[in-house]
Write a protein that binds this ligand. Structure first.
Ligand SMILES: [Zn+2]
Length: 400
C-alpha cells in the first residue's frame, strides 16, 4: 500500500463522498459525480459510487463532502535548482506551493541562476541539466513531489535551428521567457520561435516593462511579431502595457493569454473580463511569475482565482478552469482535467472557516481564498490540511 508522502505507485485508490466535482473544463466545469477511482496514478473512473468499480482498493479517501478539483497548474515560475530560489534566498518554496494546491509548475526560464551562462553552448547545457534535475527531483519526492516542468532556455543571439533540434532531442520542451536574453527584436524572436515550434518546443514571451534592473521592455508590436505560443504575463511582470495595448494583443493574437499574480492586478481583472467579452475564455491561463521581486506566493494561484472571480465577476468554477484545464490544453499537458486516462493530480477544497460565502464557490466569488484539505499527485497523498491556507471547514480523511 502506498503511504502518504511516499514515492512509487499509488495502486488502486477510491475517493468517495465528493461534494462537488470540478472538472477543470470551462465548457463543463461541474460534473455530476461523487466518486473517483485511480489505478497506479491514473484516473480510471469518475461518476456516481454505484456506477464505479470500487472493489479491492489499496487506499480509500473519504472526501467528507468537500470539493475535488484538478491540481492547480502554475504556468509561470522561475525555478533554479532544487527547492531553493536565489531570488529571495528562500528554501522550500515549491513544497510550500503544494500547500496552495499547486501540483504542476511550468518554468519560464531558470534565469535567476547566479552567473547564468549566456553563450549558446552554456545555454543549452543549462537547459538540459535543469530538465534532468527537476525530473529527477520529482521522482525523489523533493519539493513535495510537485511536477516542475523545467529546462527552459532563454533565447540568445547566435542560436541557429540545429540548436533547437539538439535541445528537443535531449528532452527540452519549453523556451524561457523571450526577452530575458539578448534576443529582444520581434523578427529575430519570430525566426527562433518558428524553429522551436518545428521541433516541438513551446514558447513564451515576456510582455510589458522591465521586471528588474537589467531586463527590458517588450511591447505589443514585438509580442505580435514574435508570435510565441504564450503571451507571458499579459498583465505585466510587474509593469503592464496600457489597457489599449493589452486589448490589441487579445484581439490580434490567438495565443494563450497568461495572467500572473506578480503582475498588474487592475490589468489582470480587465484582461479576464475582455476575454469573456471577446468569447475567448479558453485562452486565459494563470501563473505566479514567482519567485520574483515580490517574492514567492504559495497561495498565488488561489489568490488569482479569487481575485478574478470576485473582481471580474466570473463564476469561481470557470476561474478554477483557467488554472487547470485551460493551461493543460494550451500547453499540451496530460494533467489538469478530471477525466478518465488523466494523471490523478487533485486538490481537495472547502470554504474557509468563517467565510461569508455559503459554500466553496460562493466564498471564492466573494473574494475569499478557499481552504485546502488535501493534495494528491499521481494518486499519492502529498499533504493533508494545508499549513498555508485559511483552515477549511471540512477536510478529507484517509480511511483505509
Ligand atoms: Zn517576465
Amino acid at each position: 500500500m502506498a503511504m502518504a508522502g511516499s514515492a512509487g505507485s499509488s495502486g488502486k485508490v477510491v475517493i468517495r463522498n465528493i461534494g462537488l466535482m470540478l472538472s477543470g473544463d470551462i465548457d463543463r466545469p461541474i460534473l455530476d459525480a461523487d466518486t473517483v477511482v485511480v489505478d497506479d496514478g491514473v484516473i480510471v473512473a469518475v461518476g456516481r459510487a454505484k456506477d464505479c468499480d470500487t472493489d479491492g482498493p489499496a487506499r480509500v479517501i473519504d472526501a467528507k463532502g468537500t470539493a475535488l478539483a484538478p491540481g492547480l497548474i502554475d504556468s509561470h515560475v522561475h525555478p533554479v535548482f532544487g527547492d531553493w530560489t536565489p531570488r529571495q534566498n528562500q528554501l522550500g518554496w515549491i513544497e510550500s506551493c503544494l500547500h496552495g494546491g499547486v501540483t504542476t509548475m511550468v518554468s519560464a526560464g531558470e534565469v535567476h541562476l547566479p552567473g547564468r551562462p549566456k553563450d549558446v553552448l552554456g545555454v543549452k547545457a543549462l537547459a538540459i541539466t535543469a530538465q534532468r534535475a527537476f525530473d529527477g527531483m520529482r521522482a525523489a519526492g523533493v519539493g513535495g513531489g510537485v511536477k516542475v516542468l523545467a529546462g527552459a532556455p532563454v533565447l540568445e543571439k547566435g542560436m541557429v535551428e540545429s540548436d533547437f533540434a539538439e535541445l528537443a532531442a535531449a528532452g527540452v520542451k519549453l523556451l524561457g521567457e523571450i526577452g530575458l536574453g539578448s534576443v529582444k527584436a520581434g523578427d529575430e524572436a519570430a525566426r527562433m520561435v518558428g524553429w522551436a515550434r518545428r521541433h516541438g518546443i513551446q514558447s513564451t514571451i515576456h510582455t510589458g516593462g522591465p521586471s528588474i534592473p537589467g531586463s527590458g521592455l517588450i511591447d505589443e508590436q514585438v509580442v505580435l511579431e514574435a508570435d510565441a505560443d504564450v503571451i507571458g504575463h499579459i498583465n505585466g511582470g510587474h509593469t503592464a502595457l496600457s489597457y489599449k495595448a493589452v486589448c490589441t494583443l487579445c484581439e490580434k493574437s490567438s495565443r494563450a493569454m497568461e495572467i500572473v499574480h506578480n503582475g498588474n492586478e487592475r490589468i489582470a481583472i480587465l484582461t479576464a473580463r475582455h476575454a469573456i467579452e471577446l468569447k475567448c475564455p479558453h485562452r486565459v491561463i494563470l501563473g505566479t511569475d514567482a519567485p520574483a521581486g515580490s517574492g514567492v506566493q504559495p497561495l498565488g494561484i488561489l489568490r488569482l482565482v479569487a481575485l478574478i472571480s470576485g473582481m471580474a465577476d466570473i463564476p469561481a468554477e470557470i476561474c478554477f478552469g483557467f488554472a487547470t484545464g485551460n493551461t493543460a490544453r494550451m500547453r499540451g499537458l496530460a494533467q489538469g482535467l478530471v477525466e478518465v486516462g488523466r494523471p490523478a493530480d487533485f486538490v481537495f477544497l472547502d470554504r474557509a472557516q468563517h467565510s461569508a460565502g455559503r459554500d466553496l464557490l460562493d466564498s471564492v466569488r466573494l473574494g475569499d481564498i478557499p481552504g485546502v484539505g488535501m493534495v494528491m499527485i499521481d494518486g499519492i497523498v502529498r499533504c493533508q490540511r494545508s499549513r498555508n491556507t485559511p483552515p477549511a471547514v471540512e477536510v478529507p480523511a484517509i480511511v483505509a
